[in-house]
Design a protein around this ligand. Structure first.
Ligand code: E4P
Length: 215
């Protein structure tokens, strides 16, 4: 399963890119607003690191506006995936963009039927928001299992990108469900690396090593 960071912080992206476990980045308007930087500058910097998949969201809500923004965004760098919201206008825009060869990430997906539609119009990624569903008392991971099954039934090439991930168990369950990608905040990715027994074990090895005769 591919691991993406859900952030617009170049510092966070650079850190995980250098560790070597990062496959891509997703951004959204809220994450970009938090950074206080021009969107295009952030995108150019992240793509410049060599990150092969960087999702950039349109903010237009009508099809023509989405097409104009999507075409502009894809010109910024070959690694850009255009993020389009799951609305009727978004489906229409996705179909056109996909036919033009642009890779679209359909976002704000909360049902399996919406995911089916994203696949039908040729989206490269579908982004179901599982944390927000869990927050509503609905089964976010159940939705992932349904989408994975539906896409397998019909051999849709659309990749399932698990979004709105809140903790490492979401990542584990996404992998068990056969999702293609999980995108997560920096703090969650850090937790994938760490385990208290690793730290304890390392400290003990180093302490014991001091007792070994040297020279
Ligand atoms: C996905 O691409 C979204 O940016 C994201 O995962 C939303 O997560 P949130 O529910 O934590 O805002």
């Amino acid at each position: 399963m591919q691991l993406f960071l859900d952030t617009a912080s170049v510092a966070e992206i650079r850190t995980m890119w250098e560790v070597g476990i990062l496959d891509g980045v997703t951004t959204n308007p809220s994450l970009v607003a938090k950074e206080g930087r021009k969107f295009d500058d952030v995108l150019r910097e992240v793509c410049g690191l060599g990150v092969p998949s960087v999702s950039a969201e349109v903010v237009a809500t009508d099809t023509d506006g989405m097409l104009t923004e999507g075409r502009r965004l894809r010109e910024i760098h070959r690694s850009i995936y255009v993020k389009v919201p799951m609305t009727a206008a978004g489906l229409k825009a996705t179909k056109v963009l996909a036919q033009e060869g642009t890779r679209v990430n359909m976002t704000l997906v909360f049902s399996a039927n919406q995911a089916l539609l994203a696949a039908k119009v040729g989206a490269a990624y579908v982004s179901p928001f599982i944390g927000r569903l869990d927050d509503q008392g609905q089964d976010g991971m159940g939705l992932i299992r349904d989408i994975v099954q539906i896409y397998r039934n019909y051999s849709y090439p659309t990749k399932v990108l698990v979004a709105s991930v809140r903790h490492p168990i979401h990542v584990l369950d996404a992998a068990k469900a056969g999702a293609d990608i999980a995108t997560m905040p920096f703090a969650v990715m850090e937790k994938l690396v760490q385990h208290p027994l690793t730290d304890l074990g390392l400290a003990r090895f180093l302490k014991d090593w001091e007792k070994v005769p040297k020279g």
